[in-house]
Design a protein around this ligand. Structure first.
Ligand SMILES: Nc1ncnc2c1ncn2[C@@H]1O[C@H](COP(=O)(O)OP(=O)(O)OP(=O)(O)O)[C@@H](O)[C@H]1O
Ligand SMILES: [Mg+2]
Length: 236
């Protein structure tokens, strides 16, 4: 396996305006170092508020660090202009959020296709890929349904489909099964593992679910703003 992502000395401090307008900086990440190999499934664990989503957003280029670097295939993505970072995020990264974030006024098929359209790929090819993906996530017969007409598990499967449209090298999933029952969670995880197995996609999962974490190749914890306790589960 080769190195896909390398995070070096990453810091993130939020400046939070309090009610009396005094700004109190919150130092969330205090020097995170981590490497992720191509094809790996990594779980990130840690207590609520420790910075797991923050780290995932910085790795995927959804937000900028206060300092430090994220190298993707040896390119420092936070040295990119905002425009280039948007392009990177759209083409190389698939995000799956805890709540699906589907666009309510678009159908299931359109929600999957949208990343391809934003990337200005050929429209009919994009829709044809979106149809294949719908089939892959088992929802061809829900193609014209709006998110409000789908169950929670179906929405999450569409959200996975949306993450796949541009064939990203890495999929970042933030508690992808957090709101789902056991059976639906198991189906979603089977889909994610299949992506890794058959298509060699790298997966980084944030989770509170120890059972899920144990199925991954490697576990890291965030404690007090840094990565620690590699490969064992500590109570969170
Ligand atoms: N935009 C923001 N502005 C100010 N503070 C923020 C912002 N986003 C997150 N924070 C703070 O940063 C800390 C880390 O947040 P983050 O969402 O990364 O935690 P988390 O580990 O994902 O937690 P959870 O398990 O509850 O999802 C929290 O204390 C949060 O309040
Ligand atoms: Mg979070």
């Amino acid at each position: 396996m080769s190195n896909l992502i390398r995070v070096e000395n990453l810091h993130k401090t939020y400046v939070d305006a309090t009610s009396d307008d005094i700004t109190t900086p919150i130092e969330v990440l205090k020097g995170v170092d981590i490497e992720v190999q191509q094809g790996e499934i990594l779980a990130i664990l840690g207590k609520s508020g420790v910075g797991k989503s923050t780290l995932l957003h910085l790795i995927g280029g959804l937000d900028r660090p206060t300092s430090g670097s994220v190298f993707f295939e040896d390119r420092n993505i936070h040295a990119y202009s905002d425009r280039k970072l948007d392009q990177f995020r759209n083409l190389e990264v698939g995000f799956i959020f805890q709540s699906h974030h589907l666009l309510p006024e678009f159908t299931a098929l359109e929600n999957i296709a949208i990343g391809g359209l934003i990337a200005r790929k050929n429209v009919s090819e994009t829709y044809s890929s979106a149809n294949e993906i719908l089939d892959y996530v088992g929802l061809v017969d829900r193609s014209n349904h709006y998110p409000s007409e789908l169950s929670g598990g179906e929405r999450q499967r569409i959200a996975i489909g949306r993450a796949l449209i541009n064939q990203p090298k890495v999929i970042l999933a933030d508690e992808p099964t957090g709101n789902l029952d056991r059976k639906t969670s198991a189906d979603i995880l089977d889909l994610l593992w299949d992506l890794n197995d058959r298509l060699d996609r790298t997966l980084i999962l944030v989770t509170h679910d120890h059972g899920l974490a144990q199925r991954t190749d490697r576990i890291v914890h965030i404690v007090d703003g840094r990565i620690t306790d590699q490969n064992q589960i500590v109570e969170t």
